[in-house]
Design a protein around this ligand. Structure first.
Ligand SMILES: *Cc1c(COP(=O)(O)O)cnc(C)c1O
Length: 373
């Protein structure tokens, strides 16, 4: 069998009775859409973050898009973000009619280079959209200062950072609002699609309620256009309620896997060779993906296939170099660190239920491949 970077089946085996119990509970509840499972999950997910409001939506992309719209961002506005992210971050910005504006990332942690943000601000800039990529938070203090000085909103992209902590604050509690994805691979993953927006602001929350429900303020009466049908599904919400009680345990499990990689590969690391992910001071990492770096990445990935190991790259193409975003006007070479990283990064298997023998097999194959380079 091929070793993959992610697999939900070992976890499903452990949690099967609860997952199927959640399905039965919803099917027998008499309320299949926007019922007690969604509202219960919203309360519990808000509670986990210590914020008053949460709106469940259908996926992370729409969480970002509706979150921006709830902050009154739309056509004619600019939103500053990074190109080293999952494409949906940028798809969501473009979907509001606003223009994505990119800054580069830092070479040591692959996260938004906050030193470049001020130079990217124009009179049209309305928001900053930091992406807490791979499972640790962007440096928020400089962004909060810039946002306050220039009157900008902050929407956090937390699709990869459920439960991550930054100087004592949870990811998602530092901006004006935060968007989460519950896509199955995520640190808190559903058995299908899901997403949420959390906020401490009542007006933003009120906007979110309308935006996900056709733009309706009450049943059959639209007060906001455009609205969307972006409801979180009851079944996914009920499954997520159970999994939320184990989120901290999942994070511990991911950290356990990361510590084993450090123990098993630490002696091979060095400049110009293999680099393992570093955690910034003040951060707890939740390791959505375990991204390592090597200048001869492509050869390594090819060679590992011979061992039946198929690894992912998050992400192989910087968003600004994709043909669908050519109109944004960022030619090759405009974000040099992002472009360089995209050629050197790859991800090792990472999920809390990763069997130790699968991890060991991956590590020994990687050691052999590196020795033969
Ligand atoms: C997964 C992801 C999204 C999109 O979430 P979906 O639920 O797949 O729509 C957005 N941003 C980032 C950083 C992601 O990793």
């Amino acid at each position: 069998m091929t070793t993959r970077v992610w697999d939900y089946l070992p976890e499903y085996e452990q949690e099967k009775s609860e997952i199927l119990g959640a399905v039965e509970k919803v099917f027998g509840s008499g309320q299949l859409v926007l019922g007690e499972s969604v509202s219960g999950f919203e309360d519990e997910f808000a509670g986990y973050h210590g914020v008053p409001y949460c709106t469940g939506v259908d996926n992370g992309t729409n969480a970002l898009k509706l979150g921006l719209e709830a902050l009154d961002i739309g056509p004619g506005d600019e939103v500053i973000t990074v190109s080293n992210t999952a494409a949906p971050t940028v798809v969501a910005i473009a979907g509001t009619g606003a223009a994505p504006v990119f800054v580069d990332v830092r070479e040591d942690d692959f996260l938004m280079d906050t030193d470049q943000v001020e130079a990217a601000i124009t009179p049209r800039t309305k928001a900053l959209l930091p992406v807490h990529l791979y499972g640790q938070c962007v440096d928020m203090a400089p962004l909060e200062r810039i946002a306050a000085e220039h009157g900008l909103k902050i929407l956090e992209d937390c699709a990869q950072s459920h439960g991550a902590v930054h100087h004592g604050r949870k990811a998602g509690t530092m901006g004006d609002a935060a968007a989460f994805s519950f896509y199955p691979t995520k640190v808190l993953g559903a058995y299908g699609d899901g997403g949420a927006v959390i906020t401490a602001d009542e007006t933003t929350h009120g906007n979110m309620r309308q935006l996900r429900y056709y733009g309706m303020e009450k049943v059959y009466y639209v007060v906001r256009s455009p609205g969307h049908n972006s409801r979180l599904d009851e079944v996914q919400a009920e499954i997520l309620r159970g999994k939320l009680t184990r989120l901290d345990a999942y994070i511990e499990g991911r950290n356990r896997v990361a510590r084993r990689y450090e123990e098993q590969l630490g002696d091979l690391t060095g400049p110009g060779g293999l680099l393992l992910p570093a955690t910034n001071p003040g951060n707890t990492h939740v390791y959505y993906v375990y991204v390592v770096r090597h200048p001869r990445r492509d050869e390594i990935i090819e060679a590992l296939k011979e061992y039946g190991i198929s690894l992912n790259i998050s992400y192989p193409w910087p968003v600004h170099t994709m043909s669908g975003f050519a109109h944004l006007g960022y030619p090759e070479g405009s974000l040099p660190v992002t472009e360089k990283l995209a050629k050197e990064i790859f991800s090792l298997p990472m999920y809390p239920s990763l069997p130790e023998d699968v991890q060991d097999k991956t590590v020994s194959a990687l050691r052999e491949v590196l020795a033969a380079l």
